[in-house]
Ligand binder design. Sequence first.
Ligand code: FAD
Ligand code: SF4
Ligand code: SF4
Length: 482
Amino acid sequence: MAERMLKFVHTPQKIPQKRTVEMRVQDFDEIYNRFETSRAAEQASRCSQCGVPFCSVHCPLGNNIPDWLRLTAEGRLQEAYEVSAATNSFPEICGRICPQDRLCEGNCVIEKGFESVTIGAVERYITDTAFENGWVQPIKPVFERTESVGIVGAGPGGLAAAEKLRRQGYQVHVYDRYDRPGGLMIYGIPGFKLEKEVVLRRWTYLEDCGVQFHLNCAIGDGENDTMSFADLRQKHAAVIIATGVYKARDIGGPGAGLAGIVPALDYLTASNKRGLGEAVADFDSGLLNAEGKRVVVIGGGDTAMDCVRTAVRQGATSVQCLYRRDRANMPGSLREVKNAEEEGVEFVWLSAPEAFLGDDHVSGVRAVRMHLGLPDTSGRQSVEPLPGSHFNLDADLVIKALGFDPEDMPKMFAEKGLEISRWGTLKVNHRTFMTSVPGVFAAGDIVRGASLVVWAIKDGHDVAAQVHEFISQPAPVAVAAE
Ligand code: FAD
Ligand code: SF4
Ligand code: SF4
């Protein structure tokens, strides 16, 4: 083994080649090419097979990274796939969109001086290869159980739970208000990070496993909803809520109501739907299309990065990103900032909007320079405006990417017993994942607040195990009165 591995000393890190900027801004395809087989093996062989692998410790799923790297280096790809799939329901998705610089790769021990093993790219390569070779076979449970589980939300949290429960033989029903499963992976995250076919391939796979999807099916008590939460509970032995967080944080101030100022998710969803061949009225009208426009995106997270890069691809004449902190303090992945800069996005750091200019339609953003102050109680440096430092940016389209909060869940489901935290997320018992309503569990962003796909998968696995324990526990024995 030692001969095949530990090659980091003389084999440099090579990430998969990126398509040229000129090519990639012409379309919404992924920007990274796939590894050649020999390159995947070579890069996997750089791993030093640590006894205590910090990469795995910092992977939310605790993936057995050194094992599948070694198997890849040895050309034993089917075994590598099996090891990888044992802990991750969607390795090819995490390999593409996890912020590896903050998770597995950022904690690889050979990171300093030699540059980490390209874990994400190898992970993606293994499962893409497995799909192509027919190694990803539908689950055939050892026995079918009669009990059914209803899952509200077909994002990564709900789908990971569905996969695990199906493996246990449950009748799994997934309900989603959208017409396709995937949650933010399908309508939020753009194709240049995660091609839609990769998500849709998992839809087919889960259907082949026997998961039953009820799409265009909104759960709730509103007049446009399809089924009430009470009716859903009647149908199933247990229910999992994995509905994500969708209430966009807003910004006030003079001119905030002008036309041409739009929420990020509306903008990204329109672009993704167009990419999937659908007609989108607000895109066709120009409202959610950046073509020929000067675009200003407000925010510094993953959503803002996706917006600026989408605007470039739609043919914006200029794209600026306004963020109140600096590069080192932004929440988004630094890899994505670099990609955005390469594609021509201008970052206006340490700047915050104060007002929006224009008569009916926005024509500019009035901003003020900020400086970083002392750390607050959370440990993050506070930001304060610099007096007299105002400046204007021209804009025909302003996209607000300021983060998301949960919707009012007890109201949406007409379930007053559903307790929420002070942030509006669903309260769960952190051991059982059960909410305050018996038999109702929750997972993913609706519990954590806006987070990551890999954490939603982890929650999906954990909640599935707890649902299994809940359903399979013996019914209480009635004790006859003396
Ligand atoms: P979601 O993915 O939000 O899925 C929830 C599902 O529930 C949706 O399909 C929704 O339609 C459905 N639903 C909601 N309410 C109802 C209802 N009442 N009835 C029926 N269905 C309902 N994470 C990363 O790891 N890497 C990234 O690069 C990344 N980029 C991102 C970019 C953007 C623009 C955004 C917004 C997020 C990004 N994230 C990224 C975060 C990641 O997408 C989320 O953390 C993850 O999708 C959460 O999974 P979830 O299953 O909890 O919820
Ligand atoms: Fe790294 Fe994410 Fe894969 Fe874990 S799931 S090994 S954090 S890319
Ligand atoms: Fe290999 Fe790096 Fe993980 Fe160590 S930390 S096992 S070198 S990938």
